[in-house]
Each structure stands twice: as C-alpha cells, then as structure tokens.
Design a protein around this ligand. Sequence first.
Ligand SMILES: C[S@@+](CC[C@H](N)C(=O)[O-])C[C@H]1O[C@@H](n2cnc3c(N)ncnc32)[C@H](O)[C@@H]1O
Length: 279
Amino acid sequence: MTKLDQAAFWNGAGGRHWVNQQEAFDAVLAPVTEACLAAAAAQPGEQVIDIGCGCGGTSVALGRQVGASGRVLGIDISQPMLARAAELLPAGLPVAFVEADATDYAFPAGRFDLLFSRFGVMFFTEPVRAFANLRAALKPGGRLVFACFRRPQDNPFWMVPLTSAYAHVPRLPKLGPEDPGPFSFADPARVHRVLSEAGFAAIEMAAADFDLDLGGGAGVEAAVASVLELGPASQALDDQPAEIRAAVAASIREALAVHQRGPAVVLGCGIWLITALAP
Ligand SMILES: C[S@@+](CC[C@H](N)C(=O)[O-])C[C@H]1O[C@@H](n2cnc3c(N)ncnc32)[C@H](O)[C@@H]1O
C-alpha cells in the first residue's frame, strides 16, 4: 500500500467504519486503552502527541491527565475521524487536532514529553522516517508509548470473523513484511530495527493479552455489527453485494456464538505495549 492508498482508505471506507463504530469500539477497547494510558503515565503539565488519534478518545483521556497546564496534539490523516474527534471534544480541554501525516508534519522540535498511540502507527508507509520525525519533536528523555497488535494468531477477535468471511469472499491480498497493516509491528526484530534507526533508545516490548467483549455487553448481534464494520473482516467485505454480506454475517454470528459467556462475547486480543526514549 502506498501513502496515497492509506490516505484514501482512512478517508474512505476505513474511516467511515471507525466513525460508525466509534462509541462501540471505544467501549470494546476500554481495557486496552487503560493499559496504554497506565504505561504512558501522562503527568499534569506534559505536552503530548497522540499519533493516529482517529476519533480522539485517547486524546481526550490524555487531555484530562495533563490538565490545563498541559497540551495534547492529536494528529491523523483521516478527515472524517478527526471531524468526529472535534465533535466529541469536551469544551475547555487542552486538546487540539491536526489533519496531517505524522511522517512529515513540522512538529515544533524538542517540545513534547510524550508520544502516545493506540493502534495508530502500524499504517506508516515509511515507518523509520515517521518515527524519526516524531522523535525530533520530543525533549531529550521524552517517552514513546504505543500499542500495536501481535501476530494474527494472537488476535482471535480479528481472525475469527475474518476466517468466517473467507468462506464467502476472496482472501485479502497477502501483505509483505515491510507493508503497512494491522500486524506490521508484530515482529519484535522489525520493531527494534525501525525504532533504533529512527533514533530511539531503551526500546522495550511487553506482551499484554486481553479478553475483549466484542458486543460491549449487548450480546452476539452487537458483536456481529461491530466486526462487520471494523478490522480485516470489514475490509474483506468492502464492495461485496448485500446477499454476500448477509451470508458472511450469518457465518460470523455462528462463529461468535461459540464465544458467548452470558451477555458477553469474549475473544482474545494480543498486543505489544512498546516503550522507548528519546536520547
Ligand atoms: C486503527 S486506527 C486507530 C485510531 C485511534 N488511535 C484509535 O485507537 O481509535 C489507525 C489510525 O491511524 C491513522 N493514520 C494512519 N497513517 C497515519 C499517518 N501516516 N499519520 C497520521 N495518522 C495516520 C488513521 O487515519 C487511523 O485514524
């Protein structure tokens, strides 16, 4: 995927899906968000960049933590997701959003204490350039904290729906090891190489596993609606006619029912929580 393809995706189908499911998905991802925010430990008065901030849920949470004397800059290439972020931003929080590519946006040099991201960095088409640009925005000793997915097999919450979809639709194109995509930072060797080449030090990766309730407490139908809009299954379904979508929904419903525990539909999500420092 080129840079243009990424911009088209996040301003087209990808962005639309995330906006439609913003509330539901923020609820599903709440345990992940909590772990990322705990690792970042933003302090009052800190200056933060929320990379690939999307609909801005984490920017708002960070804004509350840094308080009136701090500042959060959410950056994203998706106009529709940023429009939702602006809509949801409570008045008076020190949070601003910018529609730009983190790869080459002219951040003020040496200004920020923390670079944060929940799943917003795996889609960089030039990751070394992007991380070097972001690193230059940090003060010496400033921190990088982000979450990215581990391997597909560590993420049944994406792969169970996708496998069901593949009974009805063609497989997604296979991505190469250097291609942007949800699993592009699954390989620890690649993460270390990219971040070292971008000038980061003290790179650490901690595996964390979560049981996510895909229906957010509202059962299997809500879970089906959520995965039909988000992640690899939704991508495999784009441009498919209504009857194929209905057949996929039926297969996904059957597969998710196996994971029902009372009102919850619980599937695993495996991430890396990655931390590093600007020298
Ligand atoms: C999986 S979404 C995550 C959004 C948000 N962080 C969240 O957790 O809800 C990935 C986000 O990264 C953004 N993105 C992708 N490439 C980017 C780039 N080069 N610069 C800034 N944002 C980018 C996309 O537009 C999208 O909003």
